[in-house]
Write a protein that binds this ligand. Structure first.
Ligand SMILES: Nc1ncnc2c1ncn2[C@@H]1O[C@H](COP(=O)(O)OP(=O)(O)OP(=O)(O)O)[C@@H](O)[C@H]1O
Length: 370
């Protein structure tokens, strides 16, 4: 059975989905709601199911169980025998490789959706010209995709998706093919366009910065399941998995709170950390984060009056970042520590070197484990 989604261009409404979908032995299970005007970034390691999620929302993969509803219109509901094909879903799709029609001009690419819905050529072209003017691309209207730069092609792909009058925008790694400088510029523009779009938007990305900048909310997928959802600042400040902590550049520890008033935590991997005092109960399972820039390295003992957290370790790796050096230290606990190149030279840091680590308790943030 097939049904037609609401076709008025201005349709807005939330996405309400309970996605259960399989690909070979892989299964994705994810419930999500994305409000009208809200931008959700989906992040996760390779093979987590991000593309699978996007494909099922777009109608390129049918659900095994659950449902997909946008603005109150059901697009997929296997229990009811309902499946709305992609062409009737009113989704604005933007792919990493843009997928512009090579034989059509920019204008006709943008007019395509209206044309395929039966609009007359002149009407579709006039509407497309208006969209191009709004996004400042009118000068490119007669060019072919092969005559566009990467950034221009991305902007045309976005304009084409928005011009189709979508109920929802789905973007798969939209900036991944751009060089770093163009990406910065196009990211700012994408953010503006999505902020203006009245329906829900979902952006799949590998780039944590992109997720933090573009999204109102972040959803972390790992192994076909939702590992965390939250605002960018919640996810950045309180990651619940190693993957997100690494992405956000934080040390993440799990443990048990043994003395809340002292913020004292017994870590699962051995060792202890002092965080700020907390109201959580004794024995609460907690996660604690500590930024690599908040840890200091020393050779030999520390003077009296040093920070609450002092422990020993051995340098296991030294990596040059753009503006500092990241030192991996194994100990109880392990830690990534960011220091200056001068400090590396001064402390003669190289793998195998024993060091002392220190961090203030106020730099350790503890929160309940999920
Ligand atoms: N056509 C297919 N047949 C069988 N299994 C598939 C197929 N496509 C994808 N998979 C599997 O489904 C899982 C999820 O893949 P998916 O592409 O959704 O992940 P992803 O999070 O988008 O990964 P990436 O970041 O690498 O793009 C993976 O384990 C993958 O091997």
């Amino acid at each position: 059975m097939s049904a037609r989604a609401t076709t008025t261009g201005g349709t807005t409404g939330e996405l309400n989905a309970d996605v259960v979908v399989g690909r070979g032995t892989f299964e994705l299970r994810a419930r999500l709601r994305v409000g009208p005007g809200e931008v959700l970034a989906v992040i996760g390691p390779n093979g987590a199911g991000k593309t699978t999620l996007l494909r099922s929302l777009a109608g390129l993969l049918a659900l095994r169980e659950g449902h997909i509803e946008v603005g109150g219109t059901r697009w997929d509901d296997p229990a009811a025998g309902l499946f709305v094909p992609t062409t009737d879903r009113r989704v604005g799709l933007v792919f990493q490789d843009y997928r512009l029609f090579p034989h059509l001009s920019v204008l006709d690419n943008v007019a395509f959706a209206a044309r395929s819905r039966g609009a007359r050529r002149t009407v579709a072209r006039a509407a497309a010209a208006e969209v191009l003017a709004v996004v400042g691309l009118q000068a490119l209207a007669s060019r072919r995709p092969s005559q566009l730069s990467g950034g221009q092609a991305q902007r045309v792909a976005l304009a084409r998706a928005l011009a189709s009058g979508p109920a929802m925008m789905l973007l798969d790694e939209p900036l991944a093919a751009l060089d770093a400088r163009t990406r910065l510029e196009i990211r700012a523009e994408l953010r503006r366009r999505l902020a203006e779009f009245a329906g829900p938007s979902i952006v799949v990305t590998h780039d944590p910065l992109e997720a933090l900048v573009l999204a109102d909310r972040i959803l972390v997928l790992e192994d076909g399941r939702i590992a965390q959802t939250g605002t960018p600042s919640e996810v950045a400040r309180r990651p619940v998995t190693e993957y997100v902590a690494r992405l956000m550049g934080l040390n993440l520890y799990s443990g048990r709170l043994i003395a809340p008033a002292q913020g004292r935590i017994a870590l699962d991997g051995g060792g202890e950390l002092f965080a700020s005092p907390t109201d959580l109960p004794v024995d609460a399972r907690v996660l604690a984060v500590l930024a690599p820039t908040s840890i200091s390295l020393h050779l030999g003992e520390l003077p009296a009056g040093s920070p609450r957290n002092v422990w020993s370790g051995t340098v296991s790796g030294v990596e040059l970042l753009t503006d500092r050096v990241r030192v991996a230290v194994s100990g109880a606990p392990d830690a990534l520590v960011d220091v200056t190149a001068a400090a590396v030279a001064e402390l003669r840091l190289s793998p195998g070197q024993p060091v002392r680590l220190s961090a203030k308790a106020t730099e350790v943030t503890a929160y309940p484990a999920p």
